[in-house]
Ligand binder design. Sequence first.
Ligand code: ATR
Length: 321
Amino acid sequence: MTPAATQTPAPPAAAPDLYAVMGHPVAHSRSPAIHRRFAELTGQHIAYDACLLPLDGFAQGVRDFIARGGRGCNVTVPFKHEAAQIATQRSARVALAGAANTLMFMAGGGIYADNTDGLGLVADITRNAGVALAGRDVLLVGAGGAAAGVLGPLLQAGVRRLTVANRTLTKAQALVQAHADLAKLLKVELLAQTPQALESDFDVIINATASSLAGAAVPVPARVLRPGSLAYDMMYGPAAHGFLHWAQQHGARPRDGLGMLVEQAAESFALWRGVRPPAAQVLAELQAQLQAEARAASRTASPAEAQAQAPAQAPGAGAKA
Ligand code: ATR
């Protein structure tokens, strides 16, 4: 008998649990790399892919993914509202925001929806940037889905006053109205304004608009900044560059949304797997990687293009997924 014949064959490896990020577009997403690294560092046996779904095909895409054995997914633009709607159970955060970025598929066929964007933002500001939110005067610029997703957790972080400023005032007012009870309960002063009407400066300014993506001007007057304010753009990469450069020119401390991206992913991962991944380590690795990509891009770009690249920004990066 040959030695090989005496060996017991190894049992077939169990298939990994399936996860994905669903969006349109989604090719730019860093979420697969982040979740795969989390899995590696925590010893979790998962597969995580990016799924491009047709604009009118979100619900069907989710059903197909469940049929293939999917256990959960992240959801990005433009499907976050639809993700909240198709859920059979919603966290309090989703009920308030009307938007979800995390779905978990349950054994009986139910779909649980959560929104970890706000937790990610608060964790990045307080833990990674080391800026306290408790007792602070905070400006949230924008009143779309991105702003809605973070308003509740910002209130819960114990801010003293939260002003929502938006080009279209009625949308800021609607968001404030939807969160009025929570603000009252937490004794936070919650206000809606147009950007032009803002007169004072703030401790923390958060850009949740899509203005940079559209190449438009910074959506608030410079008087909202003071030296040392934290100016946070929920985007990262070139999309955040205009706002962060403007903030720096006015003496504020700029920070992009890369840490928020990693921290919201860590919250989703913890919900799905019951294990908390080392988010700070993965953020540091990703920052180093983006810097290397930006350096490589500026080596191959023309001088004019190179000048337009931010030092710590990756080519093509920009969105919040
Ligand atoms: P998201 O899901 O990314 O938040 P959204 O729901 O379309 O996208 O919201 C986009 C936000 O960016 C809104 O607050 C929008 O302002 P309006 O409500 O007035 O449309 C804001 N926004 C987009 N382009 C802007 C620009 N050029 N200047 C100022 N605000 C802008």
